[in-house]
Design a protein around this ligand. Structure first.
Ligand code: DGJ
Length: 731
């Protein structure tokens, strides 16, 4: 493992178990991207990949064509304004009107371990399993010190990158673009993989050819949004699920972002990721610093699946901090789709009691329990229990739930305020709004200005009170609208462009207080379904509600895309009622349960009113989930077939790290007449060993299952599912 500096060539080689990343410092001190790919045994001659030995050469050899150099050099951290006309990572000016930038190498530091990023979520690692390079660059005109930071991990093919920008001059500098990472490839014959969607259709996979010009996924919503995810992968054209080269990038950030791929005139492909520059400014007074969010880069030469498994391992081992990360999560019943705003203690306890008798362990009280919250038109911000709905308050309900042997959890939406609330009437200036403009409503609510300390203090006080009032062991933290009308009564006009990032920093500060102040509470974050499903959130909450769409068929698409990057242990997934409340489709409860098993398993329905035939299946579903929970949480995930591609069926598999156990779920989405069986090949087993099918005790060779496959015969009916479990047979 590690990072090595080759003095002669002026190259830095960053090695992970299976990849190398080489940075070279060209003459005059330009840091350039020389190589990223399969692991190299040495960095001999890798500086040549900068192509500075050919026209237009470095400016010291060809001063008349300095701009041609800038516009073709694979800059490690591209800067705009002096001749690199491609999308850049950095732009700034000072109060004297000086702008642009030219970042030249000025020193470096290599050390064990990985520093925290103050105020920001970031991957963590021990000194023994990681090494960091800090590459210090300086711009002599704006007097900026720009530290490019890279950490490699000894157990995974990932590199964490971020940038620290410090004003070393005597004049204020305004950053207008400060992205986190850039990578450049010298061929365009590649594909790009991104995740898109909408409310109830989050994170559908899109693969397209890279080409000339820009292609970006982004958000200006103050959160990643339902629409795009802060993830982009560059693939070799022939890359498939289990073969070919894949480079994945994911921004550890929960606000505005851009992930852009640009095909240039010399058939190069540049990828930049970071905070979206539109509307962004950040003022650095002399001595001030700005820390960008972290970007995770993953390399796989085992196709898309290899990238997926690396992201899963990295997030499970180096990002999710919660003590619930490695613990069985309680099987929950959530009240939302059961009763919506019609909250009444009696009814809730009836549901809790039925749930307890079926083996459900946690009762979650969703929206509607506070203020005058009878619909989504009021009361956000008034975090006091509505005692006419819940006599005795949260304590009484929590105690009664506890007497049933269940744990108790609640929903909150602390970033919001309803115009019809006591909080808004008392503090209209606490909502984000542009002076002189009526802010736009979404779901009849405004966003609280989390850049303000007084707002955060007030909300923290409310949260502490609620969480101390009853024995709460789970919190669902929701956010049901994007940011707009970006104005803050507390920020001076010349800092307006800082609001959306300050909002995210304020949110992180509150989440940090929550997880450190109440470490025994299991936190699930949520945003109108899955509008804030990003690695930043995973640093605080080990699970995130994936989508408001709980239909088993729609979830195949949503969960395939989500699991492309994020571990199953993070994917909030429930069995809900039929006809499904979003799409009206009816599917068998067994299939709904099988789909929910590829995530954190729970129920969201009025369990007292579903058909007895369905209810009677629940104890066995829970038993099965709990039996495999540790494997689902920690195993290697294989995407065997995708409904998105087949149009007929879907299949995924999880294999334990020691390869002794595997589970596989096959869903036949559409029944089809007169077809023969489908051959589905398992993955990740030991070919020379034998495995037992747990349902029958039959023995099969690992190689037979992987190379010959398993024959799934046609099933009766649409959305039918089959679950298989194999364990290593003792010889
Ligand atoms: C949106 C969430 O995604 C739902 O699960 C539910 O909590 C509602 N908000 C409540 O308003």
């Amino acid at each position: 493992m590690g990072i090595t500096f080759d003095k002669e060539q002026k190259t830095f080689r960053l090695d992970t178990p299976g990849s190398s990343y080489v940075i070279a410092i060209a003459d005059e001190g330009f840091p350039g991207h020389a190589y990223y790919g399969r692991r190299l045994s040495s960095s001999d001659k890798t500086a040549l990949y900068l192509r500075t030995e050919e026209p237009p050469y470095v400016p010291s050899r060809n001063a008349r064509d300095r701009l041609s150099f800038y516009d073709s050099f694979p800059a490690e951290y591209p800067v705009s304004g002096i001749g690199d006309y491609r999308p850049s990572c950095f732009a700034a000016h000072d109060s004297l009107g000086r702008e642009a930038g030219c970042l030249l190498y000025s020193g470096h530091r290599i050390f064990s371990g990985k520093p925290d990023l103050p105020g920001l979520p970031a991957a963590f690692a021990e000194d023994s399993d990681s090494e960091t390079l800090e590459l210090l660059c300086r711009d002599s005109c704006l007097h900026l010190a720009v530290t490019l930071r890279y950490t490699v991990f000894s157990d995974t093919d990932a590199i964490a990158r971020s940038v620290l920008i410090r004003n070393e001059g005597e004049t204020a500098v305004i950053l207008t673009r400060a992205l986190s990472a850039s990578v450049e490839w010298d061929d365009l014959s590649r594909d790009i993989l991104t995740l898109h969607g909408s409310w109830a259709r989050e994170r559908h996979i899109q693969r397209r050819e890279a080409g000339y010009g820009s292609y970006a996924v982004s958000s200006l919503r103050g959160e990643p949004g339902h629409q795009d995810n802060p993830f982009l992968a560059v693939l070799s054209r022939e890359a498939s699920q289990e073969s070919g080269e894949v480079f994945g990038a994911n921004l550890v950030y929960s606000g505005n972002f851009i992930a852009e791929a640009y095909g240039g005139q010399f058939d190069t492909l540049r990828m930049n990721l970071g905070i979206h520059p539109e509307g962004f400014t950040w003022q650095l007074l002399p001595g001030d610093s700005f820390q960008t969010p972290e970007c995770i880069l993953v390399f796989s030469d085992h196709g898309i699946g290899g990238m997926t498994r690396t992201f899963h391992d990295l997030y499970r081992n180096h990002l999710i901090r919660s003590r619930f990360r490695d613990a069985d999560r309680p099987v929950l019943l959530n009240s939302w789709e059961a009763v919506y705003f019609d909250i009444r203690s009696e009814k809730l306890l009836e549901m809790a009691s039925a749930s307890a008798s079926l083996g459900i362990e946690l009762f979650v009280l969703d929206d509607g329990w506070f203020g005058k919250r009878d619909s989504d038109n009021s009361s956000l911000g008034d975090w006091t229990v509505n005692e006419s709905k819940l006599p005795g308050g949260l304590r009484a309900l929590g105690d009664d739930v506890g007497k049933l042997g269940m744990r108790f959890g609640i929903w909150v939406e602390p970033e919001m305020v309803s115009p019809d609330s006591d909080l808004y009437r008392a503090h209209p200036d606490w909502a984000i709004a542009i002076s002189g403009r009526e802010p736009g409503l979404a779901r009849n609510q405004y966003v609280l200005d989390y850049s303000r300390t007084d707002v955060r203090e007030y909300i923290w006080g409310c949260l502490k009170k609620i969480l101390s009032e009853a024995l709460v062991s789970y919190v669902k933290w929701d956010m049901n609208r994007p940011l707009s009308d970006l104005g803050s009564q507390a920020l001076p006009p010349d800092r307006r462009g800082e609001l959306s990032h300050r909002y995210v920093l304020g949110l992180y500060e509150l989440l940090e207080r929550l997880v450190t102040g109440f470490p025994d509470i299991l936190l699930e974050t949520c945003s109108g379904g899955g509008a804030r499903f990003d690695p930043g959130m995973l640093y605080y909450s080990p699970q995130i509600w994936c989508s408001d769409d709980t239909d088993a068929v729609e979830r195949l698409l949503i969960q395939e895309g989500t699991a492309l990057v994020y571990p199953l242990s993070a994917i909030g997934s429930h069995v809900s009622d039929c006809p499904n409340h979003t799409v009206g489709r009816t599917t068998p409860i067994e299939t709904r349960a099988l789909v929910a098993m590829a995530g954190t398993f729970g129920y969201e329905m009025d369990i007292t009113r579903i058909p007895e035939e369905d209810r009677s299946q629940i104890p066995e579903q829970i038993r099965r989930y709990k039996k495999h929970a540790a494997l689902i949480r920690s195993g290697d995930y294989y995407r065997i077939a995708a409904y998105r591609e087949t149009g007929t069926h879907d299949c995924w598999q999880v294999v334990s790290k020691d390869k002794r156990k595997t589970i596989m779920t096959y869903i036949q989405v559409k029944a089809c007449p007169n077809i023969r069986s489908r051959r589905i090949r398992l993955q990740g087993l030991l070919p020379g060993k034998r495995y037992r099918l747990e349902a029958t005790g039959e023995i099969f060779g690992g190689d037979c299952l992987m190379y010959g496959g398993w024959l799934f015969g046609p099933l009766k009916g649409d959305a039918a599912g089959v679950f298989l479990e194999f364990t290593l047979a003792e010889d």
